[in-house]
Write a protein that binds this ligand. Structure first.
Ligand code: NAI
Ligand code: DG6
Length: 529
């Protein structure tokens, strides 16, 4: 089931005194240019700054596994089936003809990055982003995981009703070989009551410490049995309700460990999986919106120097919003309201039809324009110091999110957004968007991107000026933001929601690791004589 695929050898070499290649590492010096702004009496004094860093990337891509929580769901089963189709080059008949497998929708497998200009022609040169640094190929991922539903994976794929029949027919034997997902943790209070009928594959008991140890053992066994160097643990299970943040329970690393030991009711299944991964030193990514990463979990990840990332896949409606809202505000147009509606009929939609689970999704879908509005206080009134209510937060467009469950449309989500804005001298503009597509076919490539990027980021170390040793990156992997609706960032730092800025950060970081400057659209040679 894992035929060795032919891979391109490294073929980008940076010739510079700042970039060194050895058999094991690529090491690059990078000048990080910024500016300190001192604000006093309404005056801004700007001092350009430059800091020197070195990045060291381990060249060998280890054998990598992904363990999905919710493996038998629409995204989980679609991911397994499409990797199988790509690995074995299985093509299938549709009413339009023969379809080949591909990785369209994956930033890492289907997009390019500009690395410079060809001197003789002056033309820009673009390369696949996956060629900038050594990355695991999705075909090589070893997959496994857990589900509270014990349906074997071939049947889970059929239940999902995402893929064309002729593809399902051909991958079915491969999917049957995967068998049943591992039993999982089920605390009915955290997901919708309408999921209960599915929950027939459960780790017994109510002892949360025993559950934690069980999951840790599962991760260790999967790693050993498949001889993996790295396992990315990925939450693609149902959206949970928010956990209440309770001082003394989930606010510090020690408290969350104690709360698990005492089987405290506010510890969710996703938090147990996150803690298990952190303690095993394997990265954990949250593809759903709930607050798995309560403060105690973030503190634990910091203490254990173990990587975490999330939250919630930014796949369709919200991705477009993180482009459109920024475009409008940056164009000097003032969105007055953004009304987002969608309906879908898959199991995700069914779970989200319960209020507490909808609430989690509403929060992650709603926060996405905040930083863009905050960045333009010419259009929106700033927060009033000492004020209460709305004025304390500053002016903001009305923003509503509605999700409805309509079983008939299955995985084909229909999303309608209205952007209603103020334009020149009292004018009004209304933009309506209608977006329809298979929800899981937008989401699955993002799971691949997050997994591949996470694995890469575990191989990159850095050192600043005066530091002798290279150190791992900060445990909260905010470079995953591009694929996340509510990016998890280092506590105390700003969240960037703009898709363009998130992409620029990713491109610039990858290029910095081979000693190239970030994206410059200055294109000076085209502006001067
Ligand atoms: P799904 O409902 O088809 O699959 C979720 C799976 O998780 C189910 O098989 C269920 O049995 C399982 N599950 C529930 N609780 C579990 C637990 N404690 N342990 C193990 N398994 C458990 O949902 P789908 O469409 O695959 O989405 C998965 C998640 O990703 C949802 O939370 C959804 O909100 C989120 N998401 C989905 C996007 C999409 O476009 N499909 C985009 C953004 C986020
Ligand atoms: C209904 O909104 C279901 C959700 O799980 C979404 O499909 C998913 O979060 C994707 O959301 P968006 O806004 O990125 O399309």
């Amino acid at each position: 089931i894992h035929p060795t695929a032919v891979r391109r050898p490294d073929y980008i070499t940076v010739q510079s005194e700042n970039t060194a290649y050895t058999d094991n590492h690529i090491t690059a010096k990078y000048l990080d240019r910024g500016a300190d702004v001192l604000i006093s009496d309404g005056q801004f004094t700007v001092k350009p700054t430059v800091k020197t860093y070195e990045f060291q990337t381990t060249r060998k891509v280890g054998k990598t596994g992904i363990m999905m929580i919710g493996m038998g769901g629409n995204n989980g089963s679609t991911l397994c089936a499409t990797i199988v189709a790509n690995r074995h080059q299985i093509s299938w008949h549709t009413k339009d003809g023969i379809q080949q497998p591909n990785y369209i929708g994956s930033v890492l497998r289907a997009s390019t990055v500009r690395i410079g200009t060809e001197p003789s022609t002056g033309k820009e040169v673009h390369v696949p982003i996956s060629d900038v640094l050594p990355m695991v190929h999705p075909n090589d991922l070893v997959f496994g995981g857990w589900d509270i539903s014990g349906l074997p994976m071939d049947k889970a794929m059929e239940r999902a009703k995402v893929l064309e029949y002729d593809l399902q027919r051909q991958v079915k034997p491969h999917m049957a070989l995967i068998g049943r997902p591992l039993p999982s943790i089920y605390y009915p209070d955290f997901i919708a009551a309408n999921q209960e009928a599915r929950a027939d594959n459960i780790i017994p008991g109510t002892d949360k410490q025993a559950h934690l140890e069980h999951i840790r053992a599962d991760i260790r066994r999967f790693k050993a049995e498949n001889q993996l160097d790295r396992v990315v643990v990925f939450w693609t299970a149902n959206t949970e309700r928010y956990s209440e943040i309770i001082p003394g329970v989930n606010d510090t690393a020690d408290n969350i460990l104690a709360a698990i030991k005492n089987s405290h009711s506010e510890v969710s299944p996703s938090t147990i999986f996150a803690v298990a991964s952190i303690l095993e030193g394997e990265p954990f990514v949250n593809g759903a919106p709930q607050n798995t990463f309560v403060p105690g979990v973030i503190a634990l990840a910091e203490r254990e120097k173990s990587f975490i990332g999330g939250d919630d896949l930014k796949s369709g409606q919200t991705k477009l919003k993180s482009v459109l809202a920024e475009f409008l505000v940056n164009a000097g147009i003032k969105p007055l309201s953004i009304a987002s509606y969608n309906h879908l009929g898959n199991n995700d939609g069914h779970n989200l039809s319960a209020e507490p689970q909808f609430k989690s999704k509403e929060i992650s879908k709603s926060s996405v324009v905040d930083d863009m509005v905050d960045a333009n206080r010419l259009l929106y009134k700033p927060p009033v110091p000492g004020a209460k209510g709305k004025a304390a937060k500053g002016e903001h467009p009305d923003h509503i999110v509605v999700i409805k469950y309509v079983p008939a449309v299955g995985d084909s989500k229909r999303a309608i957004d209205e952007y209603y804005s103020e334009i020149f001298c009292g004018g009004r503009q209304t933009i309506n968007i209608f977006n329809e597509c298979e929800d899981s076919l937008l989401a699955t490539p993002l799971i691949l991107d997050l997994t591949i990027l996470t694995e890469l980021l575990t191989r990159i170390k850095y050192r600043g000026e005066g530091q002798t040793d290279f150190a791992p990156l900060y445990p909260v992997l905010s470079l995953l933001s591009y694929m996340c609706k509510a990016p998890l960032v280092k506590p105390g730092t700003d969240v960037v929601n703009s898709l363009g800025r998130q992409r620029n950060a990713l491109d610039s970081f990858l290029k910095a690791c081979i000693g190239l400057e970030g994206n410059s659209d200055l294109l000076l040679e085209t502006r001067i004589c």
